[in-house]
Design a protein around this ligand. Structure first.
Ligand code: 5GP
Length: 118
């Protein structure tokens, strides 16, 4: 069940502020409040999807295409296509997903190392 009170739903409704990077009809990109790299931006779809699994399995094709096109436009705007960036999306308890609205982390701005898992 999607929780309409989650923090990203509240950001989408304009109830709490964010440092916006980019916005389309399908997605919103904004800076993470606790950056873990010199560039740490979150991209979220405007629809109500709990996680990557929910979004990928149930969203309509135009929402999926629009979301990923917005991710590409965000990395271009951030100027990180070269020398590179990392995309991460946490789903569920073992991945320590803390906000139950699908989001992709864009991490960049330094060499991010070889370890995906601490
Ligand atoms: P998760 O752990 O669910 O993959 O990532 C959630 C992310 O949302 C975390 O990196 C956290 O710092 C970020 N976050 C949590 N609350 C807020 C908020 O109110 N504003 C912004 N901009 N980021 C938030």
């Amino acid at each position: 069940m999607y929780d309409q009170a989650n923090i990203f739903a509240r950001i989408l409704r304009g109830e709490i502020p964010c440092k916006r990077v980019y916005e389309t009809d399908h997605a919103l990109a904004f800076h993470d409040i606790q950056p873990q790299a010199p560039v740490h931006v979150l991209v979220i779809p405007k629809g109500a999807y709990v996680s990557a699994q929910d979004f990928s399995a149930t969203a309509p094709a135009d929402a999926i295409a629009g979301f990923w096109r917005a991710v590409a436009e965000t990395t271009a705007l951030l100027g990180v296509i070269e020398p590179g960036f990392r995309l991460i999306s946490n789903h569920g308890r073992d991945a320590l997903q803390s906000v139950p609205h699908f989001h992709v982390h864009i991490l960049a701005g330094k060499s991010l190392g070889v370890h995906l898992v601490p």
